[in-house]
Design a protein around this ligand. Structure first.
Ligand code: UDP
Ligand code: MG
Length: 371
């Protein structure tokens, strides 16, 4: 579903920054009381539509062209170097940009370094989590706060190369909604690259998306994608799957990959087991989220039917005096199949009810947001 075009609170801020002049010029009905605007999404859209085109253009002009979202957890050694590289690339591109660092509960000096960097650079914004919520939550809040027309995500450990940003931007301008980096030559140990190839192969097979590297940290998105895709749990590995499911056009671009210079990887061996579970989640939440009965229903109906046939056959034999039900374990098996099958169907129906009433809750708690 494409993102609604209503402005987020941050986007309306610049207008509120000069209230006296602008509000006097507006017709009185535009300055409706805020609570009323927030209660009803339809009403929330009204003021946007009532603004004249010039005002709308002004607001859009204040949005940066590019937002770079950088999730980080204990990356104190890399941050300054990364910032310099980003500045030099983005400075040459002649674009309006913002750098949105999301400190995912670092316990080293990452936040202090970011705070100092922000003092000297108005492009930098920093969100700080109260604790380590994981890369998916960090990306989710980055996507929420990002204002750029194009959003680039990259890791903070210098493994992704900021000089790829111009090419990524070009690919988006060619018409892709999401361009995923492909670390064709990977600078990682074999213990990581081999299972990762396997996962990429399986994911591509099961989802039908023809890309080689789902979990590359370096990706570019059109604004609509990040405002629409819901990343939670550890689903950051499967963002292309979620976006593809929503109908966005996915592309791929070979990118340079560098060895980790400082610190060590934040994901241990557990990544593979979690990656597998997340693949199930990604498939389930994309294909069956809105119709769980389509998954549970056929399984349950199949079991119930087999159970019924078995028991029916045995009951007929019993009527004909050929067998006694007491010494036929198969009768018990048939009955169990019926019971379990009905349970599957009930779970599917419950799922349907939940999916109709579900409201999505935020998965993170923000400690600070330096704007
Ligand atoms: N990261 C994060 N929260 C976490 C784990 C990692 O924000 O809980 C960040 C990390 O700081 C880095 C990026 O996610 O910027 C990728 O992590 P890492 O380099 O450890 O992953 P790998 O390259 O080994 O796949
Ligand atoms: Mg890394």
């Amino acid at each position: 579903m494409p993102a609604p075009m209503t402005p987020t609170p941050e986007q309306t801020d610049p207008q509120e920054a000069q209230p006296e002049v602008q509000q006097q010029q507006r017709p009185p009905q535009v300055a409706r009381p805020r609570p009323q605007q927030q209660r009803n999404p339809q009403q929330q859209r009204d003021p946007q539509q009532q603004r004249n085109p010039q005002q709308q253009r002004n607001q859009q002009q204040q949005w940066p062209d590019i937002t770079v979202v950088i999730p980080l957890y204990n990356e104190e050694e890399s941050l300054k170097e990364l910032n310099q590289q980003l500045r030099s690339t983005l400075g040459r591109m002649n674009v309006r940009y913002e750098l949105l660092f999301v400190d995912d509960g670092s316990t080293d000096h990452s936040f202090q370094i970011l705070r100092d960097m922000k003092r000297n650079d108005r492009h930098i914004k920093v969100v700080r989590f109260r604790r380590n919520y994981g890369k998916s939550a960090a990306l989710a809040v980055g996507f929420d706060k990002a204002q750029g027309n194009i959003v680039i995500t990259m890791d903070a450990d210098l493994q992704d190369d900021p000089s790829e940003i111009p090419s990524l931007k070009r690919r988006i301008e060619e018409g892709y909604d999401l361009v995923s980096g492909w670390k064709k030559v990977r600078r990682d140990p074999l213990t990581k690259t081999i299972p990762s190839r396997f996962f990429n192969f399986i994911t591509s097979l099961l989802t039908g998306i023809k890309i080689h590297d789902f979990n590359c940290g370096l990706k570019a998105y059109r604004r609509d994608v990040v405002k629409s895709v819901k990343v939670y749990g550890e689903l950051h590995r499967y963002i292309p799957v979620l976006a593809h499911w929503e109908g966005f056009k996915i592309g791929e671009m070979v990118v340079q990959h560098r060895a980790r210079k400082y610190g060590k990887t934040k994901f241990g061996l557990g990544r593979f087991w979690k990656g597998f579970l997340d693949l199930l989640t990604a498939l389930f939440t994309t294909r069956f989220l809105r119709r769980p009965l389509h998954l549970f229903g056929p399984i349950g109906a199949g079991m119930t039917l087999i159970g019924l046939l078995i028991d029916l056959w045995l009951v007929i034999e019993w009527f004909m005096g050929l067998t006694s039900l007491g010494n036929r374990p198969l009768f018990l098996a048939g009955s169990m199949l019926i019971v379990i099958g009905i349970q599957f169907i009930s779970i599917g129906l419950l799922g349907e009810m939940i999916s109709k009433t579900r409201t999505s809750a935020e998965e993170y708690s923000i400690r600070e947001f330096l704007k």
